[in-house]
Design a binder for this molecule. Structure first.
Ligand SMILES: [Zn+2]
Length: 326
């Protein structure tokens, strides 16, 4: 048997994506919103938006025009405190932005919000820490996460995305949402979030001034080890049992082997994959040196995520990918 067609014609990028089964509405575009107009410029990832109505709206208009409906908001506030209490402030950066987006775009957009405290506290950890910032206190963090999730729901979030990897976070958030009449708000936890240096470009953007002296934060006591497949499955199953509506695995490109295993165990339950900032930056950097073709590599990375079984893909390349498809 000869499969000569594979060598003969390089198919259009659109065809590759269509063959892999990707539709524009499956893309989720990240927005990292900065409080105040001062942005920590970082050309490794293009998602930084100043806290200004025009800029945020322009981002969303571009996405909508390309056929993207879902946007996930990350907030970078001006100030931090020891407990990350700003994260649940109803006038906080994510809450304010979600309200503005809902007012402007109504039901045309699906608003997803990142629920964590590491952009709001002094330690940079995803949970409340003890006095010397050494240990994360799981149960004390759950109360705050629930409060943050409810404040996001009040501001118009359709889906809240707890990313702190605390045990029991989905259950506690589901309970609080239900108690506050937000039964329709869904939960997409960062279920299998691996401890990885691939988040470095995002951290360079989000962890400004206050944490400059501490560029490395060891989160391995609550994020997953990339050496252990079964641990990822356990986290996924626990989140589903606690009431998650979509589960998520991140990063993507070096974790694709997990998807078939997870799929075998959870049937058609929706799975999202996030191509994280480091994965995006590697493609950008190599393309800048003309070592690889940027568009084709971006498309390959998304196609492989789809091929492995992702139902949703969160990527900083959403806009380009959606435009290839349109
Ligand atoms: Zn976090």
């Amino acid at each position: 048997m000869r499969l000569g067609r594979i060598q003969q014609n390089r198919p259009l990028l659109e065809n590759i994506l269509t063959e892999a089964g990707l539709r524009r509405e499956q893309l989720i575009m990240p927005l990292i919103i900065y409080e105040g107009r001062k942005i920590n410029q970082n050309d490794m990832i293009p998602a930084a938006v100043p806290d200004c109505e025009d800029d945020i709206f322009r981002f969303i208009y571009n996405g909508l025009e390309a056929g993207i409906r879902s946007f996930i908001l990350f907030g970078v506030p001006n100030t931090r405190d020891s407990k990350g209490s700003g994260a649940s402030n109803t006038q906080g950066i994510v809450q304010r932005s979600a309200r503005r987006i809902r007012d402007e775009f109504g039901a045309r957009v699906l608003i997803i919000t990142d629920v964590c405290i590491c952009q709001y506290n002094e330690s940079g950890h995803c949970g409340i820490t003890n006095y010397n910032n050494k240990y994360v206190q799981n149960d004390a963090t759950l109360r705050l996460l629930s409060k943050i999730a409810v404040s996001h729901a009040e501001s118009g979030a359709d889906i809240v995305s707890p990313s702190s990897m605390m045990d029991g976070q989905v259950y506690r958030i589901r309970r609080s949402l239900n108690e506050n009449d937000f039964k329709n708000v869904k939960i997409m936890p960062f279920s299998a979030k691996h401890s990885s240096n691939l988040y470095a470009p995002f951290r360079a953007l989000a962890f400004t001034n206050a944490l400059k002296r501490r560029p490395y934060i060891d989160k391995s006591s609550y994020q997953l080890s990339y050496c252990n497949q079964r641990e990822a499955l356990r986290e996924i199953v626990a989140d589903i049992n606690e009431g998650a509506d979509i589960v998520m695995v991140k990063p993507t490109m070096t974790y694709l082997d997990l998807l078939p295993m997870i799929r075998d165990n959870i049937g058609d339950f929706p799975i999202a994959l996030q191509l994280v900032s480091g994965e995006f930056a590697m493609i950008k950097a190599a393309a800048e040196r003309k070592w690889i073709d940027e568009s084709e590599w971006m498309v390959q990375s998304i196609a492989s995520a789809k091929r492995a079984g992702a139902d949703k893909v969160i990527t900083y390349a959403s806009l380009d990918i959606a435009r290839y498809l349109s």
